[in-house]
Design a protein. Structure first.
Length: 98
C-alpha cells in the first residue's frame, strides 16, 4: 500500500473514531439521558427504574467514549508508518573536559 494512502487511512480512521466516540458517548449516553431526566422530572413521569437506567448510562458515557476512541486509534495505528511513531534519535557528541 502506498505511503500517502496509509496516512489518509490513519487520519480518516482517527477522525471517524473521535466523531463516533463523541456521538455515542456524548449524545446517546450523556445528553439524551440527562434530557430524559429533566423532561421526566418536569412532567412528573419519572420512575425509579428510568432514573436508575439513566444514571447508569451517564456513568458509562465516558467509558464507552474512551473504548470506542481507543479501538479506532489502535486500528489507525496499523496504518501509521514506523518512522512517524518513533522519532529519530541523533547521537550526542561527547566533549572532553581538560
Amino acid at each position: 500500500m502506498k505511503r500517502g494512502l496509509k496516512k489518509v487511512l490513519a487520519v480518516g480512521l482517527s477522525l471517524f473514531g473521535t466523531a463516533l466516540a463523541a456521538y455515542v458517548g456524548g449524545y446517546w449516553l450523556l445528553f439524551r439521558p440527562v434530557r430524559y431526566l429533566i423532561v421526566g422530572f418536569s412532567a412528573g413521569t419519572l420512575t425509579k427504574g428510568n432514573l436508575v437506567i439513566c444514571i447508569v448510562k451517564i456513568f458509562f458515557a465516558s467509558t464507552a467514549s474512551g473504548g470506542i476512541w481507543c479501538v479506532f486509534d489502535i486500528i489507525a495505528g496499523k496504518f501509521r508508518e514506523e518512522e512517524e511513531l518513533i522519532p529519530e534519535k541523533k547521537p550526542r557528541k561527547l566533549e572532553k573536559e581538560e
